[in-house]
Design a binder for this molecule. Structure first.
Ligand code: GDP
Length: 195
């Protein structure tokens, strides 16, 4: 994908109306600090356009990045903040649920998992939840550069088993440092979801 222009077009909070976009939407979910902003920035060829690790409470929004008037990259609010109250968790759940239910143009959901660690209980819940909403999430295993090459296969297996992935689910290793995986992700989006 040649990035010609990008625009943070809509920021949706818990009380906002969701946009009725006319172009395909591709959403990204993952726990806080997994590297979601870094991935979205890498996909957009920017250093810091998408927020990076904001403070808890400030992150309960869904951000829609319009790319070339062709596709939206949708940044879902991260989960797993230690300091978030039960009420905030509930609001977070409602916002995401509303989006997954109502988004007519949502074509795919990518779930980010840190390649170094066993998926957490929250990661498993998020995966199951996305599946229950009728999507087959594609997994992006982030921070690939933190592993030795010889460890990668083992860790991919750990992610697959940890999430009990539906057989055939794609797992794409990615590093925002080396940008490895960036082309593969765009190629998948372009071939599968953009007409
Ligand atoms: P977010 O909270 O999911 O949006 O995570 P961020 O993109 O803000 O990243 C959290 C931290 O991990 C930051 O310090 C990033 O620099 C770092 N990080 C993100 N992606 C990578 C990666 O691929 N490799 C390495 N080594 N660090 C990364």
């Amino acid at each position: 994908m040649v990035i010609r222009n990008i625009n943070l077009e809509t920021v949706c909070g818990i009380t906002s109306k969701l946009p009725e976009n006319k172009k395909p939407e591709i959403a990204f979910a993952g726990k806080s600090n997994v590297g979601k902003s870094s991935l979205i920035n890498a996909l957009m060829n920017r250093k810091s356009y998408a927020r990076t690790s904001a403070t808890p409470g400030k992150t309960q929004t869904i951000n829609f990045y319009n790319i070339n008037e062709e596709v939206y990259l949708v940044d879902l609010p991260g989960y797993g903040y230690a300091k978030v109250s039960e009420e905030e968790k509930k609001q977070w759940g409602k916002l995401i649920e509303r989006y997954l239910h109502e988004a007519k143009q949502l074509m795919a959901v990518f779930l980010l998992i840190d390649i170094r660690h066993e998926p957490s209980a929250n990661d498993k819940m998020m995966y199951q939840w996305i599946v229950e909403q009728g999507f087959a999430p594609i997994i992006i295993a982030t921070k690939l550069d933190k592993l030795k090459k010889s460890q990668v296969m083992k860790h991919i297996r750990m992610v697959k088993e940890g999430l009990s992935l539906i057989p055939g689910t794609k797992v794409i290793p990615f590093s925002s440092v080396t940008k490895q995986g960036r082309e593969e992700i765009w190629e998948l989006i372009e071939t599968e979801y953009l007409g």
